[in-house]
Design a protein around this ligand. Structure first.
Ligand SMILES: NC(=O)c1ccc[n+]([C@@H]2O[C@H](COP(=O)([O-])OP(=O)(O)OC[C@H]3O[C@@H](n4cnc5c(N)ncnc54)[C@H](OP(=O)(O)O)[C@@H]3O)[C@@H](O)[C@H]2O)c1
Length: 300
């Protein structure tokens, strides 16, 4: 991984921080992303002490303007990106909206990954890997097509499951669209994965929740693996040459797994892509399927 450029979102705590440190220790040039200046500074000192370098970019990924500014700053480095890990995520019990008026879990857990990936796509190196951190909760999710923001009826767990289902649908669709490029083109060499990190003992469920949920999460998370153990499986996915050809897969602990049946619904994946393009204002990788009118070429 010497000198390879790795972008890791949510690098200020939990699994993301461990991923960033581990990649740095392998010699990678890590660009971590965090939403809080003080936590970015702390994370940076850990990343730098694990390896020879590292940078941390400040961006609140719930804001599309901040995602765009972040992508511009990363692109301005003129260094092709080898690994992009969309890891940032949050869980909220009560419904909240982002500055763009989007339900916050959908905005951070999924849409920020869609937008950042699209903006950085032209800057990915040949053979790059895009890993989006999902969850087994995706299996309980459904996309509330008529009310994606879940304004009429809200439940934090359902909104979380919806956002994680979206990350798997996105990963499969991204793989299909990249595979439509001619063999040997840069796009056709980019591999995409959804990673299930398992149940991990982090403060994930304690940040945007009340006392009861915090206590429940603490009790639940104690049965999980450590952030370092979980990160190791995602670093394996990011670095192991043997997994390069398994594009578009869903991975759990160093192994490819089947994701829930509904994630293989190509119509739903295309519909989500169109919705995401509209909501984020970024059309990219037009639809190569017979139903779509795309030529499989980059449109942004
Ligand atoms: N823990 C589990 O059991 C588990 C299970 C399945 C999936 N996951 C997934 O794993 C990923 C990492 O979670 P974790 O357990 O490591 O939790 P975590 O320690 O809370 O890490 C989440 C990271 O995302 C960042 N983040 C949250 N909202 C953000 C925003 N608006 N803008 C930018 N960054 C933001 C957090 O920043 P701060 O440091 O500032 O909070 C933190 O760095 C998430 O996608 C989560 O859904 C976790």
């Amino acid at each position: 991984m010497n000198g390879k450029v790795c972008v890791v979102t949510g690098a200020t705590s939990g699994i993301g921080l461990e991923i960033a440190c581990s990649l740095a220790s392998l010699g990678a040039r890590v660009i971590g992303v965090g939403r809080d200046g003080a936590r970015c500074a702390q994370a940076l000192s850990r990343i730098r002490s694990a390896g020879s370098g590292g940078e941390c970019e400040l961006a609140d990924l719930s804001s599309q303007a901040e995602v765009r500014a972040l992508a511009q700053r990363i692109a301005a480095r003129n260094a092709p990106i080898d690994i992009l890990i969309n890891n940032a995520g949050l869980f909220t019990w009560r419904r909240k909206e982002s500055v763009d008026g989007i339900e916050i879990q959908f905005a951070v857990n999924y849409l920020a990954a869609f937008l950042l990936t699209g903006l950085l796509l032209p800057h990915l190196a040949p053979g790059a890997r895009v890993i989006t951190v999902s969850s087994d909760s995706h299996a309980f999710g459904r996309i509330h097509w008529r009310d994606v923001g879940m304004r009429r009826w809200y439940n934090g767990l359902s909104a979380y499951a919806q956002s994680k289902l979206a990350t798997v649908l996105f990963t499969h669709e991204l793989a299909r669209r990249l595979a439509a490029y001619p063999a040997g083109s840069r796009e056709a060499t980019i591999a995409t994965f959804a990673a299930d990190p398992g149940l991990v003992d982090t403060k994930f469920g304690e940040k945007e929740t009340g006392l009861l949920i915090r206590r429940l999460w603490r009790w639940h998370a104690r049965h999980g693996i450590s952030a370092a153990q979980s990160a190791a499986s995602i670093v394996f996915l990011a670095t192991n040459p043997l997994v390069a050809n398994e594009a578009g897969g869903y991975w759990y602990m160093d192994e490819p797994r089947s994701s829930a049946m509904r994630t293989y619904d190509e119509r739903a994946a295309r519909r989500l892509w169109t919705l995401s393009e509209r909501v984020s204002g970024l059309p990219y990788l037009s639809d190569p399927s017979p139903e779509g009118h795309g030529s499989g070429r980059l449109t942004a």
